[in-house]
Design a protein around this ligand. Structure first.
Ligand code: AMP
Ligand code: GLY
Length: 415
């Protein structure tokens, strides 16, 4: 089989690392890929937004399966285009991708099917939003409705910041079209969990749980990022919380999809906030999480290509997912200044010294025969161990061997 993976981050590197282990696969392409991915696959220089060129490539190369990593092509309808051309593609269609394309769409769905989530209201009128903001209490959560590259959620501690945020989004349009409609939510306290699920049109089957660390600095200080590290399984997820999540969150989601006539096939990422064993939905993403995928896939025993095929065919069973008992920890090495301004093209050294860990590349490229930084999140150092502590020790020991100018990482992932 020839497989095409779309994207260029640590998530796509981890997907390709796992796909490569399948005996069904003879050749892997990645568009556009990165310096780490190119050791396992052939990089193809097509941007993720150029759906027509990606489909043309898949047709001309005779690709048997395309796996879509990021949300942008999914929300733009890549799956519909590929299907219309008779191509096999893993990822939800445009209608289902609205769950990531619009926060208001997701909130309406959650309310309709009585799935626990924060209280909210959507607004398109700035003065109405300002006049009602106090009713949510403080801190208050303000979200741009559309895609905003993970930056569209602001938690405002008091009114002044809240009003400024509303004006920035709705009047100054700092997130463009995405902020013309906004969602205001009550602030939820608790511990977050990421539950990535395979959905095959009929069934929703969760993968092993993970926890993401969203803030830039230790002790959850600093600005929100795309994710500075993960571990799996999430410590909170004992058999009781697993059952509560299945019964009160996942099952009603699947019933909702079916009654809305949504033929969801792909990964649904359910972001949860958990307090006193009560999970509430924070968000949906319509794709694998990054850096959740790095730690979760390191623990997957089963052939992922077989899983993709069964999801597309609509006949996935829980027994198709086999997991290692070992735990996984992933530490993201980021550029100095991330998530704000940062420099690129810094030479990365020490990669050859890594032992017993897998270093997934998030933002790297080759320049004059050297591997250099090419993004905010640069590398995801991932390891497994018999305990979470052992996995973390191995990941951190290896992170310490790698260097690039300005490198920053959290020291408390999984701790
Ligand atoms: P989202 O993209 O909706 O998951 O929001 C990004 C991050 O903002 C989440 O991972 C949480 O850390 C935080 N967040 C979002 N909604 C809420 C909420 N209602 N209460 C507390 N934190 C939230
Ligand atoms: N790690 C969070 C995300 O992938 O959206």
């Amino acid at each position: 089989m020839k497989v095409l993976v779309i994207g260029s981050g640590g998530r796509e590197h981890a997907l390709i690392w796992k796909i490569k282990q399948s005996p069904k696969v003879t050749k892997i392409f990645c568009a556009p890929g990165n310096a780490g991915i190119q050791e396992l696959a052939t990089n193809v220089d097509i941007p993720v937004e150029d759906i027509k060129a990606l489909a043309d490539f898949a047709v001309s190369e005779g690709i048997d399966l395309t796996v879509v990593g990021p949300e942008i092509p999914l929300v733009a309808g890549i799956t519909d285009e590929f299907k219309a051309r008779g191509l096999n593609v893993f990822g939800p269609d445009k209608a289902c991708s609205e769950f990531e394309g619009s926060k208001a769409f997701t909130k309406k769905f959650l309310y309709k099917y009585e799935i626990p989530t924060a209280k909210y209201k959507e607004y398109t009128n700035l003065s109405q939003a300002i006049s009602e903001i106090d009713t949510f209490g403080y801190p208050v959560v303000i979200k741009a409705d559309g895609l905003a590259a993970g930056k569209g959620v602001i938690i405002a501690e008091e009114k002044e910041t809240a009003v400024k945020t509303l004006k920035d989004m709705m009047e100054k349009e700092v997130f463009g079209e995405s902020g013309k409609r906004i969602v205001i939510e009550e602030f939820l306290e608790g511990i977050e969990a990421s539950i990535l699920c395979f959905v095959d049109g009929n069934k929703i089957i969760p993968m092993e749980s993970a926890q993401d660390y969203k803030r830039a600095f230790d002790q959850d200080k600093g600005p929100n990022t795309g994710g500075m590290g993960t571990y799996s399984p999430n410590r909170l997820f004992d058999s009781e919380l697993n059952k509560i999540t299945k019964d009160e969150i996942l099952q009603p989601i699947m019933e909702g999809f079916i009654s809305e006539g949504l033929d969801y096939r792909g990964v649904l990422f359910v972001g949860l906030m958990i307090k006193n064993n009560v999970p509430k939905v924070l968000e949906f993403n319509v794709r694998f999480g990054d850096p959740e995928t790095e730690s979760v896939l390191l623990r997957l025993e089963s052939d992922i290509v077989e899983i993709f095929q069964k999801v597309i065919a609509g006949n996935l069973e829980e027994s198709d997912l086999k997991w290692k008992e070992e735990k996984a920890v992933c530490v993201v090495l980021a550029s100095g200044g991330y998530p704000d301004k940062y420099e690129k093209n810094k030479e990365i050294t020490g990669l050859a010294d890594v032992k017993n860990a897998v270093v997934f590349h998030c933002g790297t490229k080759c320049l004059d025969g050297k591997v250099v930084t090419n993004g905010g999140r640069v590398l995801a150092v991932t390891a497994i161990g018999n305990t979470i502590e052992e996995a973390a020790d191995i990941a951190y020991e290896n992170a310490g061997k790698i260097y690039f100018e300005g490198m920053q990482y959290r020291k408390d992932i999984s701790k």
